[in-house]
Write a protein that binds this ligand. Structure first.
Ligand code: PLP
Length: 413
């Protein structure tokens, strides 16, 4: 079954336009923005029309607390089928024994994983936020930093790669209850086998927060943490190209604890329309075309990283294994926030991110969305030149960007 990319308008928008033109304008305007600028936010992608159709379906009306066959509400026969299909597809796609498809987001998945394995006050070893850890990896502004005692590991100052000697030393020193591997901007593959070894030596659980690479893993373009981690947390909306939401995979032995940690411990009713959309996305990700997509995402990121280095950026770790590129525009004479603003003025959308050993922030970008649009390595070279022009504030750059985006509409309909 060929998978089309995204449709410009969500289903039923004509009805919305009649009833609520104010909000219809916002939604249409956002569609226009997405189609006329370059979406290089590493965590974003374009879902298929089929995923959007499931999201906008009657399943959005259904209450379904509990799990298939054991719900607190009546009328769940069909949504039970939807959730069973989603779980079967997730376990088959990732080779896992158990899947929980109910987490409302990646953060909810991590919260549930901690709830299943930890008690408040436990020590957890995770990548420090300054080196690319997520908010849920111990930020004082997040439940994680408030309820657990986080110790942070980092990357090597020279190579930018995870310093496994430091991870091992910290694990021996602090004897954490869990070790978390996963990051918001680390462009390389974590060495899951090494993390497993360190966790075993410390008597710790290993939690892989694979929110970013899960789509690459589905497509065989990145190594899988499933054989190594006790629990794998992920999002379904990044490279995986599904609806916004979370996913947890684990072995049969932890299945009950994980399920109870999601519902009723940290969440109420499952969002059945989103679960159906996750199932649709897992189905799409199992097709050979998705493997080709995932590999193209990485090829594109490697090409773009190289071309950005050619524009004067320092690319952290010297390149990438994934869809993520972390770059320091310092050598060009500006910081990350200023670079982001100049790029935005040229319709190029990126994030800033921490630089492990810099005072300034850098920029983080990714190739998942532009690859869904059908762009290849030739366009990555073009994009890097447009970065150079945008940062030098060359007049007319915005028009060039609009032209490039116009050649690859995020729609095949
Ligand atoms: C994106 C991300 C999350 C959180 O996902 P949300 O859906 O935004 O809550 C958690 N951990 C990592 C490593 C991420 O990249």
């Amino acid at each position: 079954m060929p998978v089309t990319t995204t449709s410009p308008h969500p289903p039923g928008l004509e009805d919305l336009r009649m009833q609520d033109p104010e909000m219809a304008d916002v939604i249409l305007g956002e569609g226009e923005r997405q189609a006329t600028s370059l979406q290089l936010i590493a965590a974003e992608n374009f879902t298929s029309p089929a995923v959007l159709a499931a999201l906008g379906s009657p399943l959005a009306n259904k209450y379904a607390e509990g799990y298939p066959g054991a719900r607190y509400h009546g009328g769940c026969e069909l949504v039970d089928v939807a959730e069973r299909i989603a779980c079967e597809r997730a376990t088959a796609l990732f080779g896992a024994e158990h899947a929980n498809v109910q987490p409302h987001s990646g953060s909810s998945a991590v919260l549930a994983a901690y709830a299943a394995l930890l008690r408040p006050g436990d020590t957890v070893l995770a990548m420090s936020l300054a080196h690319g850890g997520h908010l849920t990896h111990g930020s004082p502004a997040n439940f994680s930093g408030r309820w657990f005692d986080f110790v942070g590991y980092g990357v090597d100052a020279e190579s930018g790669h995870i310093d496994y000697d430091q991870v091992r030393t910290l694990a021996e020193q602090h004897r954490p209850r869990a070790i978390v591997c996963g990051s918001i901007c680390y462009p390389r593959h974590p060495d899951y086998a090494q993390f497993r070894d360190i966790a075993d030596a410390a008597g710790a659980y290993l939690i892989a927060d694979a929110a970013h690479p899960m789509g690459l893993i589905a497509g065989g373009a990145a190594p899988s943490p499933v054989p190594y981690a006790d629990v794998v947390c992920a999002t379904t909306h990044k490279v995986l190209r599904g609806p916004r939401g979370g996913l947890i995979l684990c072995g049969a032995g932890l299945a009950d604890r994980i399920d109870r940690a999601v519902f009723p411990f940290t969440q109420g009713g499952a969002q059945m329309n989103t679960i159906a959309a996750k199932a649709v996305a897992f189905g799409e990700a199992a097709a050979p075309a998705f493997a080709a997509y995932a590999h193209q995402v990485v090829d594109n990121a490697r090409r773009l990283a190289g071309a950005l280095a050619g524009q004067g950026f320092t690319v952290i770790t010297g390149g990438t294994d994934t869809h993520v590129i972390t770059a320091d525009p310092g050598p060009i004479g500006i910081g990350g926030p200023q670079a982001r603003a100049r790029l935005a003025a040229a319709n190029i959308v990126v994030d800033t991110c921490p630089l492990p050993y810099g005072n300034e922030r850098g920029i983080r970008l990714g190739t998942a969305a532009v690859t869904t649009q059908g762009m290849g390595v030739a366009q990555m070279a073009e994009i890097a030149s447009l970065f150079g022009a945008a940062l030098r504030e060359v007049p007319g750059t915005r028009e060039e960007v609009r032209k490039l985006a116009g050649r690859f509409p995020p729609s095949s309909s």
